[in-house]
Design a protein around this ligand. Sequence first.
Ligand SMILES: [Zn+2]
Ligand SMILES: [Zn+2]
Length: 268
Amino acid sequence: MFDYHVHTSFSADSKMPMKVACETAIKNGVKEIAFTEHMDYFYPNCDLTFEFDYQEYASQVELMRSEFSKNLTILKAVEMGLHPSTFERSNHFISENHFDFVIGSAHIVDDLDLHNGDYFEGKSLERSLEIYFKTVNQYVKEYENFDVLGHLTLIKRYLHFVKSDWKTIKWENYFDIVEDTFKVLVQTNRGIEVNMSGYRYRIDCSLPNLPFVKLYREAGGEIITVGTDAHTKHFVGNQIDEGYELLKAAGFKYVTTYRERKPSFMAI
Ligand SMILES: [Zn+2]
Ligand SMILES: [Zn+2]
């Protein structure tokens, strides 16, 4: 089992020591863990700073590797927050440092935060969804330096701000634009992740869920990772198995792992 999306105290919104994450991963049967710390150079109206010191991070990973090497493979990774004003800086950070795996995530859309509800103000729900998917499409086209697109449909976690339920939305209305996004990812040897955080946000689905994962497969997608997006020890390794079942239901016979930014395909 591979948990390819975990945050520790190097991320501004997590207090989990890396050692606790490693111990929990081993206890829960995780063989590989990617510490995908937040790096968002543009994050308006927020008191937290989503940046970390690479040298400190890397030396902590080395320490954990020496302690847990028998039971756990630990990847140096980053969850890079995508925004056009910081593409150059992001590219520089990734290129200057050494990572096994890079997630590219849209947390800020239309210059507004999805997470605090600002994004939805003054827009209809349909318009909010359309702009969300178009913006992700634009980010994927304009910025290439990541391996998998993080938690597509993240917007589902925040629909309570507009008193909406994702189950009532016609997601097929956005499949044209999403299909185009997937094709661009495929053409550039990138993939998507299936992010299991939706379950702890009480929306009972992965991000993205099965119809989107099927669409990705139909678009020629092969690279796909599964991660919990755990920020505390309670979620490390949680529901990765369900993620693999979803991959199988979409026709995948493998999940992707990484070393030095190079993908491998492991049977599931
Ligand atoms: Zn994220
Ligand atoms: Zn994350």
